[in-house]
Write a protein that binds this ligand. Structure first.
Ligand code: FAD
Length: 409
């Protein structure tokens, strides 16, 4: 049978997962990870605020794929090979226990990303995976059925298999070496960002969060509900981040200048809220409107909505003029804001775009264009919303590539 050599490009989550599993599954495979920087697993280390949100406690493939704005059809098939349950088991077999938070995100019980880093490094040592740091791959050449991997300093290595796990490239130019192999690269755009609202008075409410708001991007079909956080530069929180992911392409196209409509009370629309107001006015007639906020909105937000509707806080519910009431209803259900610019979400951000999935086999992660070339992780045109979905995609694609390579000779 003889030995064969696998060169993994990129020392991130996907590269490590591919390398350690391939080396474990076939001892005849010599595995090398080449990393352009002087650091390994740097995103794993900082991920999830230093806690690493490894995966999500979602055990239905149908539900899971709804979390990926790009790549859901591909992952639908790939998840049959390696899913969230497999991730949990894989780490558990290596003494890393994961816990689930109320919103479904899964973290190591230690609450430290070092646990995940240490586990992966331990596997590298156990299976003799070699690591080469400070080497940037600049070209891949297929010569006589072998890969000549050329580095930026012109040195090179020869390998039988190559797995590209080089992560998301924010600039199209960075993917040129992949394009030269004949692969189509979907243009990169950032995903998972927050909305800037420079000079808007709502930012004076920074720090206030609403458990459930509905936000719509005006002039599009994009709409999301969920927790919303007001920040000193605009709006953030799961509802906004989900919108940024689903709207990554559209919002980039308008240069992040657009308008949103916020419904602070998503269980109502203007009509049903008007009906509710009749009851509230009757029930709390003698009470001051500021003291009797009937919808459990944070007090400062309620005061802001009153102010925006031209309502004197000390007015009693019974005395609220019809015109002001209509303004308040509109502000509660369909308040408009202008957005200008975005801010990177510190906890997690990804690049949408990458290697076109039609050119990759989901059963093996092998290129359909060039033999013995594999892909894993964010370099592919796959990205998820926040919650551990991006790492799950890295584990899944890394594992499938490893298994296919290890089993191919
Ligand atoms: C701050 C932050 C927090 C995050 N938190 C979470 C989280 O909690 N949960 C979650 O699911 N996702 C999270 N993500 C997203 C997640 O980290 C990525 O989706 C994931 O790391 C992608 O893994 P990867 O191995 O494909 O790419 P990367 O982790 O980006 O690794 C790619 C590696 O390849 C190297 N490389 C690139 N080009 C070359 C080349 N030509 N030659 C050699 N080496 C090369 C790079 O230097 C890099 O080390 C977070 C992202 C960020 C930025």
């Amino acid at each position: 049978m003889g030995t064969k050599k696998l060169l993994v490009i990129g020392g991130g989550a996907a590269g490590f997962f591919c390398a350690v599993n391939a080396a474990r599954l076939n001892p005849q495979l010599e595995v090398i990870i080449v990393e352009k920087s002087n650091k390994l697993l740097s995103k794993v280390r900082v991920s999830g605020g230093g806690r690493c949100n490894v995966t999500h406690s979602c055990f239905s493939i149908t539900e899971m794929i709804k979390k990926y704005p790009r790549g859901h059809s591909f992952l639908k098939k790939a998840f049959y090979h390696f899913f969230t349950t497999d991730t949990i088991q894989w780490f558990s077999e290596r003494q890393v226990t994961l816990k689930t938070e109320a919103d479904g995100r899964m973290f190591p019980v230690t609450d430290s990303s070092e646990t995940i880093v240490n586990c992966l490094v331990q596997e590298v040592n156990l299976y003799g995976v070699q690591i080469i740091l400070n080497k940037e791959v600049s070209q891949l050449l297929l010569l006589n059925n072998q890969w000549k991997v050329v580095f930026a300093n012109d040195s090179n290595l020869v390998a039988d298999y190559v797995c590209v796990a080089s992560g998301g490239y924010p600039k199209a130019l960075q993917s040129e070496w992949l394009q030269k192999l004949g692969h189509t690269i979907n243009a990169p755009t950032p995903s998972l960002f927050t909305f800037n609202m420079p000079g808007n008075s709502i930012t004076s409410l920074m720090g206030i969060s609403v458990d459930n708001a509905a936000v719509k991007i005006i002039g599009s079909k994009l709409q999301e509900t969920g927790p919303l956080l007001i920040t000193h530069w605009g709006m953030s929180g799961p509802c906004i981040l989900k919108l940024s992911a689903w709207g990554a392409k559209e919002l980039a196209a308008c240069n992040y200048k657009f308008s949103i409509m916020v419904n602070w009370l998503p269980s109502y629309n203007e009509q049903s809220l008007k009906e509710q107001f009749q009851q509230v006015r009757f029930k709390f007639a003698a009470q001051k409107i500021v003291n009797r906020n009937p919808f459990s909105l944070p007090l400062r937000l309620w005061q802001y909505l009153l102010q925006q509707s031209g309502i004197n806080e000390s007015i009693r519910w019974a005395d609220l003029p019809a015109k002001e009431q209509n303004k308040l209803i509109k502000n509660c259900c369909s308040q408009e804001f202008s957005i200008s610019g975005k801010t990177t979400f510190k906890e997690e951000f990804v690049t949408a775009g990458g290697v076109d999935l039609a050119e990759v086999d989901y059963n093996t992660l092998q290129s359909k264009i060039v033999p013995n070339l594999y892909f894993a992780g964010e370099v592919l045109n796959i990205d998820g919303v926040t919650g551990g979905f991006n790492f799950q995609s890295a584990w899944t694609t890394g594992f499938i590539a490893a298994k296919a390579i290890a089993g191919s000779f």
